[in-house]
Ligand binder design. Structure first.
Ligand SMILES: Nc1ncnc2c1ncn2[C@@H]1O[C@H](COP(=O)(O)OP(=O)(O)OP(=O)(O)O)[C@@H](O)[C@H]1O
Ligand SMILES: N[C@@H](CCC(=O)O)C(=O)O
Ligand SMILES: [Zn+2]
Length: 301
């Protein structure tokens, strides 16, 4: 069934140019929006001012354009949205859903870790009614609930938030708002109905749904596409030195990205212009054909 109004989005962090892995995520999100007659938005997630730059944001937009991934409406930039995030934090404070945490990294060094290697907050500052000290983070008090959601690719998923994540940070001690809060506020602000993104973010989803419920915001429909890995089996990323998307040979790269998403173009279309490949792909897009396994090796990585 085609939704009455579909809004999708791609939300890169402008810490460097897009690589083949980010192209696969952007392409999946764009195709899903176009195939279902929706709008597709771009949001620059530049919360971390030190790691992000305007130059990288400009390059990303140029890369998306060059690969034919056109967006609707103006690009939303998170570094200009502090007021909205502060209002959301106030709303959480007003309902006693957050507490100030003064734990330092070293104090938390022995805390348990979850399967993703993330620290599970041991609850140290939960019971302090007032902040102890000036520099403190704000953490959401996670009740003993499990969050269920249906991923369009991965099916029904469930996470015991208290056990697997614990109270999580919504504003860091250095004053920066956390990704989890910003993404929830902005997805709602932009009217996003469908999130299609990489599986590296799969287990962030329950935290985001938890915040949406606390803030009275709608929950989008989620789909997480497989992560592209390099020859060493690592996620393609800036940290693993994934090369920037090439400026030549885009047709072949796009065909490779479509194949990674379970939509290899027919032989006669390989080598045609990006717009033709994308036209074919949006007409043939079936999210159920996206591979289910969590990673895909990039042949030439
Ligand atoms: N190797 C990958 N395979 C599939 N999707 C990916 C991969 N790397 C990033 N993505 C997706 O790209 C989107 C934009 O993320 P962004 O470009 O900010 O990547 P990132 O994870 O910050 O990259 P990096 O790890 O290179 O810093 C997200 O939806 C993310 O899930
Ligand atoms: N900016 C996030 C992605 C946000 C999202 O798609 O929810 C990242 O760098 O991975
Ligand atoms: Zn603490």
């Amino acid at each position: 069934m085609i939704p009455a109004s579909y809004v999708g989005r791609f939300a890169p962090s402008p810490t460097g140019p897009l690589h083949f892995g980010s192209l696969v995520a952007a392409l999946a999100s764009w195709l899903d929006a176009r195939a279902l007659g929706g709008h597709w938005l771009v949001r620059m997630e530049d919360l971390d001012r030190l790691r992000c730059s305007q130059a990288a944001a400009d390059i990303i937009l140029r890369q998306l354009e060059a690969y034919g991934l056109t967006w609707d409406r103006a690009v939303l930039v998170q570094s200009r949205r502090d007021e909205a995030y502060a209002a959301a934090l106030d709303a959480l404070r007003a309902q006693g859903a957050v507490f100030a945490c003064t734990c330092t990294r070293s104090q938390l060094a022995d805390a348990p870790r979850n399967a993703e290697g993330e620290l599970v907050y041991p609850g140290t500052c939960r019971l302090h009614a007032v902040p102890r000290g000036e520099h403190h983070a704000w953490r959401v008090r996670v009740q003993d609930v499990s969050v269920d959601f249906v991923d369009r690719i991965r099916g029904v998923l469930q996470q015991d938030l208290a056990r697997e994540v614990g109270d999580f940070v919504v504003r860091r001690a250095d004053g920066l708002f956390a990704y989890q809060l910003a993404v929830v506020v902005d997805d709602a602000f932009q009217g996003v109905t469908h999130v299609v993104r990489g599986a590296d973010l799969l287990w962030n989803t329950p935290r985001q749904i938890y915040l949406q419920r606390l803030l009275g915001l709608p929950t989008p429909i989620y789909a997480h596409v497989p992560l592209v890995t390099n020859a060493a089996g690592q996620k393609l990323s800036k940290q693993t030195l994934a090369p920037a998307l090439p400026e030549t040979g885009r047709r072949a790269v796009l065909a490779e990205a479509l194949a990674a998403l379970g939509h290899p173009p027919p032989a006669e279309l390989v080598g045609t212009a990006p717009a033709d490949l994308l036209g074919w792909a949006s007409a043939h897009w079936r999210i159920e054909n996206v591979p289910l396994h969590p990673t895909i090796a990039k042949p030439l990585a």
